[in-house]
Design a protein around this ligand. Structure first.
Ligand code: NAD
Length: 409
């Protein structure tokens, strides 16, 4: 095997990609690389561009239930021009410095999420600093003062440093970006859908951030909190990789570096219903939620051996709890800010399993997942009825993505 590159990652047997990266043949004096990257065949509009040895993109949705034998190397798609940026960043020294996390949108959800992250010691969360931004300057300053006042009397472990910064600074210095901004959440009393209606205005805001990310050659994690979570994640991948006439360029964000964070609160809502019934402990061990941050989410009490009635009850709780809070005269934001973001980001950064919407066979799909450079779905034993429910849901969402004009085919 011929290796190219002198960093912690080396490309195997692909002189063309090595040439694009400016990587020469690996010198004998260099230690063995930590990661070996081998080219793979595949469609960059449907698959992660870079994948760790435990993830086989070609399995598509099957990866949720069928593991594959661990391959020796990481793999990448040589075809997409943006892959070179990803490989170059992957080869940089990892370093123990902790994550710099940017957060745009300090509203109800973003404010609660920022509070949890600012109150969690860096050594627990992995977050070294939090760079906050809001288009409303007074609101940004208020949150800077509020978060800056979070302190512990002689506590052990430093809290993250909180600073304010514009989008340009966020993309130049941060390793991960959280998008929690919105043009407006439909007010109380709104009948019907409250998430999808935010797509056009929030996508317009997102475009500004994508332009800044492109200018900064951002290769960090791009995490969507705002609604509609999955469609905005899809729009982030689609818009950053489309030219003026809508053709795929492959020069923008890598799909596996984009993810949606909205399934955490759905699971929290299902779990709360289970606890009320006294099933909480079993469900916390054997259950899971899948699908979008919408009324199409599905939850199971036991993924390997589901009880239909229990699973239906959990799914209903996940789907309807936000409407109950609204019915009481309040917008739901504490559960979302804490469960989808504040408690989800630290394990995500640490590479532990989380609930997130990740790129599976061309669309963003909520599932248990793990971050290893990008985010990839994890595998678990699954009953046939769970598998067929997920297959149908994925197909429906793909059709919806096409109808929304968020696919290139
Ligand atoms: N992921 C989840 O679990 C989850 C759950 C509930 C709600 N949400 C969604 O989260 C989003 C935020 O909800 P919220 O209740 O916090 O809204 P909010 O109206 O309270 O806050 C939105 C914030 O975004 C800011 N903003 C607007 N345009 C901006 C821009 N261009 N740059 C920076 N900041 C900008 C506003 O000034 C405001 O502070 C909504 O889309 C909501 O539907 C997500």
């Amino acid at each position: 095997m011929k290796l190219f590159g002198q960093g912690r990652a080396a490309v195997a047997d692909d002189p063309a990609t090595a040439g694009r990266l400016g990587w020469g043949v690996r010198r004998r004096s260099r230690p063995d690389p930590e990661l070996i990257l081998a080219p793979r065949e595949g469609d960059p509009r449907r698959e992660p561009w870079v994948a760790p040895p435990w993830h086989r993109p070609a399995l598509g949705l099957e990866t949720l239930r069928r593991g594959s034998a661990r391959q020796p190397n990481w793999t990448y798609l040589a075809g997409a021009p943006g892959v070179a940026r990803e490989l170059a960043r992957l080869a940089e020294p990892a370093g123990p410095r902790g994550w710099s996390v940017g957060l745009a949108g300090l509203g109800r959800v973003g404010g609660v999420a920022a509070t949890i992250l600012a109150a969690t010691p860096s050594r627990t969360s992995g977050v070294r600093e939090l760079v906050i931004h809001d288009v409303d300057a007074a609101n940004q300053q208020r949150w800077l003062l509020e978060l800056g006042s979070i302190a512990r009397w002689r506590g052990r472990g430093e809290l993250p440093l909180v600073r304010a910064g514009g989008p340009q600074e966020i993309f130049e210095r941060c390793d991960a970006f959280l998008f929690a901004a919105t043009d407006g959440v439909p007010p109380l009393g709104t009948q019907g859908e409250v998430r999808l209606v935010q797509l056009a205005p929030n996508r317009a805001i997102l475009r500004g951030f994508l332009a800044e990310a492109r200018r900064a050659d951002f290769a960090g994690l791009f995490l969507i909190v705002s609604d509609p979570v999955e469609w905005l994640a899809q729009a982030a991948f689609f818009d950053s990789n489309s030219d003026r006439s809508g053709r795929f360029t492959g020069a923008g964000l890598a799909p596996e570096r984009v993810a949606g964070l909205g399934l955490g609160v759905m699971w929290g809502r299902a779990l709360a219903a289970a606890r009320r019934k006294g099933w909480g402990e079993t469900i916390a061990r054997r259950g899971a939620a899948f699908g979008p941050h919408s009324a199409e989410v599905v939850a199971f009490d036991d993924v390997a051996r589901p009880d239909r009635q229990r699973s239906e009850r959990l799914s209903r709780a996940a789907r309807e709890c936000n409407l109950k809070v609204r019915g009481l005269g309040h917008l739901p934001y504490v559960g979302p800010g804490v469960s989808s973001v504040g408690l989800m980001v630290p394990p995500l950064l640490a590479g532990r399993e989380v609930l997130a919407s990740v790129f599976v066979d061309g669309i963003y799909f909520g599932a248990p997942a793990r971050q290893a450079w990008g985010l990839y779905p994890t595998t678990r034993r699954m009953a046939d009825e769970v598998w067929s429910a997920l297959g149908n849901l994925h197909a429906r969402l793909r059709a919806q993505a096409r109808a929304l004009g968020l696919l290139w085919e």
